[in-house]
Design a protein around this ligand. Sequence first.
Ligand code: NAG
Ligand code: NAG
Ligand code: NAG
Ligand code: NAG
Ligand code: NAG
Ligand code: NAG
Length: 626
Amino acid sequence: MPAISKLLAATALLTTANASILKTIELEKFIKAENKIAIQGVLDNIGPNGVKVPGAGRGLVIASPSKYNPDYFFTWTRDAALTFKTLIDDFLFGNTALKPYIEDYIYSQAVLQTVSNPSGTLLPNGGGLGEPKYMADGSRYNGNWGRPQRDGPPLRATAMIQYANYLVQNGEKDRVKTEIWPIIANDLAYVGHYWNASGFDLWEEVYGSSFFTTQVQYRSLVEGETLASALGLPVPAWTSQTPQILCFLQSYWNGKFYTATINTNADRIHVDANTVLGPIAVFDPSAPCDSPSLQPCNPKSLANFKVFVDTFRNSTLYPINAGIPAGKGIALGRYPEDIYFNGNPWYLITLGSAEFLYDVAATYLKQGSITITSTSLPFFKEIYPLARQGTFGRLHPAFYVLIASIRSYADSFVSVSQKYTPANGMMAEQFLKVEPFAPISAANLTWSFASFVGMNHRRQNHLPESWLPKKSVSVPAVCQPGSVRGTYAPATAAGAPNITTPCVSNILFKVNASTYYGENIYVVGNSPTFGNGNLDNAYPLLSSNYTNERPLWYAVVPLETPSDGSSALRYKFVRQQDCGQDWILEDGEERVIEVPKCVSDGSEDVLGEVDEAFRGQGGRSGGCEN
Ligand SMILES: *[C@@H]1O[C@H](CO)[C@@H](O)[C@H](O)[C@H]1NC(C)=O
Ligand SMILES: *[C@@H]1O[C@H](CO)[C@@H](O)[C@H](O)[C@H]1NC(C)=O
Ligand SMILES: *[C@@H]1O[C@H](CO)[C@@H](O)[C@H](O)[C@H]1NC(C)=O
Ligand SMILES: *[C@@H]1O[C@H](CO)[C@@H](O)[C@H](O)[C@H]1NC(C)=O
Ligand SMILES: *[C@@H]1O[C@H](CO)[C@@H](O)[C@H](O)[C@H]1NC(C)=O
Ligand SMILES: *[C@@H]1O[C@H](CO)[C@@H](O)[C@H](O)[C@H]1NC(C)=O
């Protein structure tokens, strides 16, 4: 090469290097500023003093201040737990001002566990713990919803265990034992009891089994057992389920990616962000990359990550990603078939994917070696075309190059979220996949802000405590279904009311009722469960088995004694529409059933069945589709 072109080439290199340094400085500046905004954004959405959520109960995390299109002015157990998992991290890394918020959260969850709701009650069977969301003041939410959701209890346990471990290390073991453990124990009993039962996924749409849910369930039982032992408690009965949950977790892998949802007839390819959010929720920087807990650095998780991201590189699906080359971050959404708000990228998924990559890099750095297998090779080739199979230790020239490539890939996802975050730093739930790429859906979403803070910790190499036992875990040779009946009790020392087991008769209500999208069917009647005749407290039926051939709405309802003391329950089916229309009461005669004597032994037996057809007024479409 003639000297002059050498010089030119060197200058070009330097210019690229300068440009990339400038870009990095710009990104650092953004991250620093946005992190402050994000923490404040989270705190503004927590009761009782959050400025954006007047009326929210003490310690309750409101999903978003948005009350209309969409209405997110509720507290979700999952969102709240993931938010507090991050706030507790922030506290452990030095933000001591968060302590009162964490204490309020503990109080709020102790109380919330005892609120009876359409998923059930705490006593005697723990069913109520699977309720996904509550009103902002902590009272029950009666609307039809995708329930139960079985990721809330394990995520809440995980958040609290991080804090409990800190308290134990700081001489507050007795307090943990009397106040916090009882809350955790209820949630873990629920996991052991229901891990093998269907439920709705984290997006509240698919009924079946979700990778994310199974993975966070596994973590909660493992670290729960460790905490129980540190507190000197007897080995809990649910520990027998832990290996089986781990076994079940392996079954989501289909040879190419994690099938996000199984045991469902949802018409999807099952490529879904839940398989990226799961590994970051169970991240343990000390776990070996081949651990069956399926860490971010697991070769399967890396292969899955590539399949997930590549799905959104499709510019027909996501015009926003047009022209972005392989190896560079893009805007990411939940799953390709998404139609909610027309299906757009989400901040928390784009940022969560960056976090995933920082976790991977942090693990390699901590463990001092990188192993590339045939499964993970395509992932590595995308960001470093010279990658090949093998194990590369700290002394190998490729080691630091690979780590730098992974981190710079991660940064490029953060840059994408930066590009679509408005100048005031406020993060909605989504941003449009098409021009003008503006924020859309719920404004100031707590989970979006929390995901930023969580990402930033991992980017700074702030690593969580290890939760997996030092001795390696093994997967049973054959997976077995299972369940251990849980024992539940109100966490009174933390502020829960001292509730007792209600006396109920479980009755299956079924009704054929053709409905338009957005319409719901309820039962109202002369019992507390049926709202004592008050429509606002009517009991929601489920539509999860609804088909055009069999328009079934149903629920197994735990009935208390009718309020007039008789055994005759009088009830009506009612139709309601979600977009502001009036309730439509069924005309025609009131129906009556004889309620069998209630039982308070916690039996789940169904003592009676009602099978009817809705004879009232037909519904209207009401424009709920949009
Ligand atoms: C979101 O936050 C911004 C800035 O504080 C505010 O202007 C806006 O009204 C908020 N939106 C909602 C729905 O609370
Ligand atoms: C229950 O566990 C068995 C064994 O792992 C599994 O095959 C089955 O799909 C699980 N069902 C649900 C609903 O979790
Ligand atoms: C890209 O997305 C479009 C629209 O969703 C879809 O029809 C097409 O099959 C996708 N292409 C690939 C290669 O997946
Ligand atoms: C709660 O109620 C039960 C039964 O009524 C009683 O035995 C128990 O002592 C009470 N616990 C508290 C903390 O008040
Ligand atoms: C609803 O569907 C599930 C799964 O197919 C089935 O097990 C259950 O019995 C059905 N429930 C009713 C009330 O039909
Ligand atoms: C409900 O619909 C199914 C399927 O069409 C039918 O078999 C059943 O008899 C109906 N039940 C009542 C009470 O009308």
